[in-house]
Design a protein around this ligand. Structure first.
Ligand code: GDP
Ligand code: MG
Length: 370
């Protein structure tokens, strides 16, 4: 609400700016055309001018969240779980992600060159599981801040020879906030010095009680080095997913979350996405924050071009006019025109946000000078 300026309000109600300033003045408010209006002021002005004002959170205005929520339930079918692996540095996140991937690539894929794209999907006994493969929990926090939390289950990796460390605590905090179910992978079990009971004790102190101690958190001993326990971990992920009854509607307009993005030579702006709902197809018009375009290609982690992407699956999207931020939502649109319009709206919103920030900071600078 405080994102609307006096002149914007005047434009919206089709009145001269001077009229609005006069009314504000009569109310004892000295404002210029570039000042921001608070919700109280907007309310008073609306009454004065006899207009009805609905205050819309600009975020809602261009991400159809609510429309989507309805479509999700009606014709939704089971979708695979999306997993984020988090843990203290050097406890084995990257190794574990690599071990899972290596253990599960099919033969024809093994011949191909896999590339790092920020996420990948494997199959365990015919059931898909998608792993977000971005370094650290920075990406996770970023996505959560943007409300595009695609993670269904969090795997916290703790090196069994090292135990809970500062970043483990951070991750536990994040996990609790997100309310996603947690599975603990006790890694480096191949090491002599591995002490799983020590880790269980430390985690129990933090409210994560192991199932074998009467709690509800699965602790799976694994070794990213030898591959031990990887199957167990995957089985547990599938069991946890089963309970969550994860669903999406494959036939809805596609909605996907950006996990990673970059500018690539020859390809332009590319974004790795995970589909949250609907099916993303080559040829779709999409908007993604202030970026938009028509999907030219969808490329999976084996560099294979695919035609379409179903819920919880991941690929690199080629065809955007600019690089979107990670955590941004990609939405399929009915037409090029619609996509452009939404991108435009978002540009304006972002610009206003920036202006509002810069105004606020100058105000702060001024008061700090006094
Ligand atoms: P990250 O920082 O959490 O991504 O940790 P890395 O995957 O980079 O692993 C850190 C170090 O631990 C590397 O030297 C790995 O080789 C080693 N490491 C990872 N997993 C295991 C394991 O299961 N057993 C042993 N012995 N070493 C491991
Ligand atoms: Mg790593």
């Amino acid at each position: 609400p405080e994102d609307i300026r006096v002149y914007e309000f005047a434009e919206k109600i089709n009145r001269p700016i001077s009229d609005v300033i006069k009314v504000l003045f009569s109310l004892g408010l000295m404002m210029t055309k570039n000042d921001f209006l608070g919700s109280d002021e907007i309310e008073i002005l609306s009454e004065e001018f006899g207009v009805e004002v609905t205050i819309v959170d600009p975020k809602d205005a261009f991400n159809y969240e609510e429309d989507m929520a309805e479509t999700i339930d009606e014709n939704a079918t089971k979708r695979p779980p999306v997993i984020t692996i988090m843990g203290h540095v050097d406890h084995g996140k990257t190794s574990l992600l690599d071990a899972i991937r290596k253990a599960k690539v099919t033969e024809d894929e093994a011949g191909g060159i896999t590339q790092h794209i920020g996420a990948y999907t494997i199959e365990q006994h015919g059931e898909a599981i998608t792993f977000i493969d971005t370094p650290g929990h920075a990406a996770f926090s970023q996505m959560r801040q943007r409300g595009t939390d695609v993670t269904d289950i969090i795997v916290i990796v703790v090196a069994a020879d090292d135990g809970v460390k500062p970043q483990t605590d951070e991750v536990i905090k994040l996990a609790k906030e997100s309310e996603a179910p947690v599975i603990v992978a006790l890694n480096k079990m191949d090491k002599e010095s591995a002490n799983p009971d020590m880790v269980k004790g430390q985690m129990a102190e933090r409210g994560l009680n192991p199932v074998d101690w009467g709690g509800d958190i699965e602790f799976i001993p694994v070794s990213a080095k030898t591959g031990m326990g990887i199957d167990d971990l995957l089985e547990n992920i599938l069991l946890t997913a089963e309970v969550l009854e994860l669903k999406a509607n494959e036939n809805a307009m596609a909605k996907a979350a950006v996990v990673e993005s970059s500018l690539e030579k020859g390809r332009g702006a590319v974004a790795t996405v995970i589909v949250q709902n609907g099916t993303l197809k080559v040829g779709d018009y999409v908007v993604c924050g202030s970026a938009y375009g028509r999907i030219k290609a969808l490329i999976d982690e084996n560099k294979k071009q695919i035609k379409s992407l179903k819920p919880s699956h991941t690929a690199v999207v080629v065809g955007l006019n600019e690089v979107p931020s990670s955590g941004e939502i990609m939405m399929a649109m009915k037409s090029d025109k619609e996509a452009k319009e939404y991108a435009q709206k978002r540009h304006e919103y972002d610009r206003n946000k920036e202006l509002s920030h810069s105004t606020k900071s100058t105000l702060e600078d001024m008061t700090s000078m006094i």
